[in-house]
Design a protein around this ligand. Sequence first.
Ligand code: SAM
Length: 280
Amino acid sequence: MSAIDDLPPLREVIRQHGLRAKKSLGQNFLLDLNLTARIARAAGPVDGVDVVEVGPGPGGLTRALLAAGARRVIAVERDDRAIAALEQIAGRYPGRLEIVAGDALDFDAAPLVGDAPARVVANLPYNIATALLVRWLTLEPWPPWYDRLVLMFQREVAERIVATSGSKSYGRLSVLVGWRCEARIRFDVAGKAFVPPPKVTSSLVELVPRKKPLVCERRALERVTEAAFGQRRKMLRQSLKSLGTDPLPLLEAARIEPTARAEDVPVEGFVALARAFAAR
Ligand code: SAM
């Protein structure tokens, strides 16, 4: 019996259901229920909250979220072998675990979440982690259906997510994140906590949608950050020429020095630049 519920230990669940980890599905399982409980606490309080979980696998985090009082967990899993293990958890928490068998990249949670606050909590498969994050960041309308994203990434990706101007990790992803959310790293998790252990450390990242949105068109923001960070060592008066328009009036409208480099410009500066570009 584990500390958080009376379901079998995760190693036994994995053995029972033949859940040998597959690299192609980005499977690195967390088998320590104390650690999954810590992640659930970092996402909390989840009392009365609908939680969307991508990739529950054998269900360590799912169990922690349910034990922590989540009103409902909507869990999207692509590996059919995991579904039977998840059904066992659903039986332990009647009416509170909704299992969606399928690809998270084709899944829209919005119609499933009700009037309760909704949150995304996941130990993401690394191969689609950034694609999923970009999708959640670019939802319309904004603010989105979730009140928080609490997600595990490889540390190098986590550093790019939370980076601010002036940092080596600051780039296109950091600007997209900063445009819509406030992000911070909650804690690191060593590779050895996972089965099988990845070579790198992971970090749990929290993203909270901005209360006051920074308004600009997504496509214009992507165009200017692509141009600026595509040649990040160059001054903006040079790198922005790839936009096919004279950069100087855009930079002037956005109050950015033409000699600045992409790395020097805070998110608000890129938003102003995107607005100037869209209005040209
Ligand atoms: N949450 C579990 C844990 O913490 O032990 C498993 C995390 S593991 C890093 C990623 C999980 O995502 C795996 O269970 C994998 O099968 C699942 N997965 C991979 N690609 C997926 C996709 N496209 N859609 C839904 N789930 C996916």
